[in-house]
Design a protein around this ligand. Structure first.
Ligand code: SF4
Ligand code: SF4
Length: 166
């Protein structure tokens, strides 16, 4: 038992109030557990599931992605000037489970680390195949972004370090 604990034991009421602060304070003072988004943005893990990217030239319109999707978020639609049907993804319901990417026999769908695609109008969350081929440049959507940071683990905690200027 520390000296502080012994001291606080004499004042149970204050101990009850201040003990949680004393436990948390060293962690708050010693190490930042967050990044200053949007001026700073973590580099996500390779297997991170952000918005999809779609490749027309690989797709064989087999419909597997739509069949395996547990959320019924994929519909195959026609695209002007192209033969066959291609996936349209409804991000109102997509749970980012990854089945469509995993089961696509031609690797025509993949995940990116792009997460900045919230909308006020829900209907804009339905992405056509053409929209899915384009993943915006981070600098366009986050003009204030200055640094990319990497997350790493120590024995006790997760920390962040600056990796590059943007
Ligand atoms: S990630 Fe999962 S929920 Fe989202 S479209 Fe693919 S299969 Fe459906
Ligand atoms: S994206 Fe893949 S699974 Fe979906 S229709 Fe095209 S080839 Fe088939």
């Amino acid at each position: 038992m520390s000296v502080l604990d012994r001291y606080l034991d004499r004042f149970p009421f204050f101990k009850k109030i201040f003990k949680p602060f004393l436990v948390v304070a060293p962690y708050v003072l010693m190490s930042g557990q967050t990044v200053a988004y949007p001026t700073e943005r973590p580099i996500f893990h390779d297997r991170f599931r952000g918005r999809h990217k779609f490749y027309f030239d690989r797709c064989i319109s087999c419909n597997t992605c739509a069949r395996v999707c547990p959320c019924k978020s994929i519909t195959l639609v026609e695209v002007e000037g192209r033969e066959g049907k291609f996936p349209e993804i409804d991000y109102q319901t997509c749970s980012f489970c990854g089945y469509c990417v995993e089961f696509c026999p031609k690797l025509a769908l993949e995940f990116t680390d792009f997460v900045e695609f919230s909308e006020v109008d829900r209907s804009k969350l339905v992405y056509s195949p053409e929209q899915l081929t384009e993943v915006p440049d981070l600098k366009e959507v986050l003009p204030m972004l200055k640094r990319r940071t990497e997350r790493y683990l120590t024995d006790k905690e997760i920390k962040y370090r600056k990796v590059s200027d943007v």
